[in-house]
Design a protein around this ligand. Structure first.
Ligand code: C2E
Ligand code: CA
Ligand code: CA
Length: 695
């Protein structure tokens, strides 16, 4: 005969359930009749409020998510003091069962809850009987007159006992289920519970006193508690908005990173975590060919499968676009790979798009803590490397492997230094002028970030931006760049140079709910009008998550900031999107512009892009213009603005100021038929091209 090993958690739950229900049954059998006959209508109201309180818990926002606090605790305790343990027990257990049925809890969880409530109520009752045996139950009417200091101590003790027991049973269950030390679980949970539950328990005697007078007095507690309920609900909703993705309802990048950070800092020394990035292959095509809302529906379904289809310890977030993040505690590398395969498996079943089955593949990359990285930024970066490897190899899942990481140790070392560099102001901006084609007038510049590294010298953005993208650094980086650029706008305004500065925004910034507020605060800080700032978003990042991008763009437009679709031509956006997208300018990617003088195909692309943009009422900028020939071509095609080495290379703020002042922002030119040569003859840009700033 084989004996099945009984899991410790099963044994524990069974013990608490049986003990509690036995004790509860005995109390009810022994006492219910007497208590009932002595009860006043106010007791019935209290019991009812126990049930209402349990069914409509107050949600209290916590750092990570929200936790329920039930007001029933206060009413249960009042019932206990006023009527006795049997009625308190009947009310609390009924409430618990109803709430568990509504929450579709498994039967054994509901039973466990009844058991632990019964035990804690019994415990509280014993405390009262032990300290103040003559604090008599069952006589509701006389309660208030007889309540003495002695009774007060008994009440207090009962409150503490019921609180401790109640929490103890639940916390031990959690610790056993999660296989973590009980002490740690207590430390993690007790702080929050103590404060709120003790406040509620302290209300108990007050409510009991009021109830011993009249039912009406009890009802006076209701509006106050309702107000707390409403306020809590609103603040949870607000919290939810800032930390969750509105489309899928999953945690967003912000919360994901916060969670990850906490798992690392609060975990055991030998804890191992796996962080995974999940990216859908060909999601863009779905969006482009089937449309926006179908794409959204697919993302929702993917989010739901990931959050429901994986083992319980995996927590899921939507990081943006078609990218999801997972984190779980694991015992070893194999288990991480197992989870990776499970992710692929849950996504393998077809999705229903417009009632038709639809297959989509995903690439998943995993990085292990602490083996591959010791901090959140690097973990995400490495999971990203692994994910791209999985995509490239078509293997579906890859765990990070240092030997396939193309990021050199030097670049990763840079990543490690970047946060400090941002804080210490090592990032600087250079500015590149943008001229109106017809007149050559410059009223705009683009801000381009550089890292003035103490050892490596001036580093171009390509050395650190791609590295920082998958990490949490793009938020602080962009804030810093915005601060510098807007400050510069202030400086120029003070010198009577009315220059608009265009700043590049990264895809990751779209997922920081603070971008808009950041921008607004900085404009105010430097008292610079919104019209002096423009923001550039690349076409590919907008198209990766058009819905989100549209929201962010709209919020920026509402501030009065113009937005530019950058690197246009590299992101294959559909005409349908372009029409709806709230941008006012389109910047043709330099790769098409560079060769348009010699490559007919590129010239055709540029020309038709300009036509398209104009028909949509968008202003067109061409970047990467290096020659007069190209300038003339663009002028003939009807392009509005030009940026490129032909005007100037990016210059430091100081040199840019000199350049602008030398050139002036106003100039006379014949309106009819300006030519590139005429426009260019008004300045000597080639001096800039050679890097001289004139003297
Ligand atoms: P981008 O936004 O397309 O910026 C234009 C890039 O083209 C700049 O390179 C600029 O120096 C270069 N360029 C300008 N004129 C010419 C030309 O005539 N010929 C050629 N061959 N190149 C020209 P840079 O400064 O290295 O910036 C590279 C990219 O880094 C930028 O591309 C942008 O995507 C990103 N970047 C720069 N600054 C920031 C920033 O503050 N935040 C973010 N998120 N990204 C930035
Ligand atoms: Ca740009
Ligand atoms: Ca560009």
């Amino acid at each position: 005969m084989r004996i099945r090993r009984v899991e410790p958690i099963t044994r524990y739950v069974a013990t608490v359930s049986v003990a509690g229900i036995t004790a509860g049954a005995w109390i009810v059998a022994h006492d219910a009749r007497a208590e009932m006959s002595a009860a006043t209508p106010a007791v019935a109201v209290l019991m009812l409020l126990v049930i209402v309180g349990e069914l409509y818990p107050i949600r209290v926002p916590l750092r990570d998510d929200a936790e329920d606090v039930t007001t029933s605790t206060a009413f249960m305790f009042a019932t206990l003091l006023l009527a006795g343990p049997a009625l308190a027990l009947i009310a609390q257990c009924t409430a618990s069962v109803l709430s568990d049925i509504r929450g579709r809890k498994q039967w054994w969880k509901a039973t466990f809850n009844v058991g632990q409530y019964a035990l804690s109520i019994a415990g509280a009752w014993i405390a009262i009987v032990a300290i103040a045996p003559d604090l008599r139950f069952g006589n509701a009417a006389g309660f208030a007159d007889r309540f003495s200091t002695h009774d007060f101590v008994a009440t207090l003790a009962a409150g503490v006992v019921s609180f401790l027991l109640n929490n103890f049973f639940v916390i031990v269950a959690l610790a056993i289920a999660q296989r973590v030390p009980v002490i740690r679980e207590i430390r993690n949970n007790l702080g929050f519970h103590t404060a709120t539950t003790m406040v509620l328990i302290a209300q108990g005697p007050l409510i009991a006193l009021a109830a011993s007078r009249s039912m009406i007095w009890v009802l006076l507690f209701v509006p106050g508690i309702y107000a707390v309920y409403r306020t809590a609900k609103i603040s949870v909703a607000k919290e939810q908005l800032a930390t969750h993705d509105s489309l899928t309802g999953l945690p967003n990048r912000l919360l994901f990173q916060d969670r990850l950070e906490r798992m690392i800092s609060e975990g055991d020394d030998d804890a191992m975590l796996v962080v995974m990035l999940v990216d859908l292959d060909g999601f863009k095509e779905v969006n482009d060919t089937l449309g926006h809302h179908i794409g959204d529906s697919l993302l929702c379904q993917v989010g739901q499968r990931l959050s429901e289809g994986l083992r319980e310890e995996v927590s899921v977030a939507r990081l943006g676009g078609d990218e999801f993040g997972l984190v779980a505690t694991v015992t070893d590398r194999c288990q991480a790979a197992e989870i990776g395969q499970e992710v692929l498996a849950v996504l393998q079943q077809p999705f229903a798009l417009q009632d038709l089955p639809f297959h989509i593949e995903a690439s998943v990359g995993g990085a292990l803590y602490p083996e591959h990285a010791a901090d959140v930024d690097l973990l995400l970066q490495r999971a990203d490397v692994a994910m791209y490897l999985a995509k490239e190899r078509g293997t579906g899942y890859e765990t990070y492997n240092a030997s396939t990481d193309r990021y050199s140790p030097r670049r990763l070392a840079l990543l490690g230094e970047l946060r400090r560099a941002i804080e210490q102001g090592e990032l600087v901006l250079q500015y590149q002028p943008i001229a109106e084609m017809k007149t050559g007038i410059v009223r705009k510049v683009e801000a381009l970030v550089r890292w003035d590294h103490p050892e490596h010298g001036m580093l171009p953005p390509s050395e650190f931006i791609p590295l920082a993208e998958p990490t949490g650094l793009m938020g602080p980086l962009t804030s810093h760049v915005l601060d510098l650029a807007i400050e510069q706008a202030r400086v120029w305004r003070d010198r009577e140079l009315d220059i608009t500065i265009a700043v590049n925004i990264s895809a990751r910034n779209l997922h920081y709910p603070v971008l808009r507020d950041d921008v607004a605060a900085l404009l105010e800080k430097w008292s610079v009008p919104a019209s002096s700032l423009e923001l550039e978003l690349t076409e590919s990042m907008v198209m990766a998550d058009p819905r989100r991008a549209t929201e962010v763009l709209q919020s920026l437009n509402a501030l009065g900031i113009e937005t530019i679709l950058d690197d246009f031509g590299t992101g294959y956006s559909s005409l349908a999107y372009l029409k709806r997208l709230p941008v006012s300018q389109l910047k043709i990617d330099g790769s098409f512009v560079a060769n348009m003088a010699t490559d007919e195909e590129d010239a055709a692309i540029v020309s038709s892009t300009i036509d398209l943009a104009r028909s949509l009422g968008l202003t067109v900028v061409a970047e990467g213009v290096e020659s007069e020939t190209v300038w003339q071509q663009l002028l003939d095609f009807g392009c509005d603005y030009v940026q490129g080495y032909i005007l100037s290379r990016p210059l430091s703020a100081e040199n840019m100021t000199r350049w602008l002042e030398q050139r002036g922002t106003d100039r006379e030119i014949e309106d009819d038929g300006p030519t590139a040569a005429a426009v260019l003859s008004l300045t000597s840009p080639h001096a800039q091209l050679l890097g001289s700033t004139g003297s």
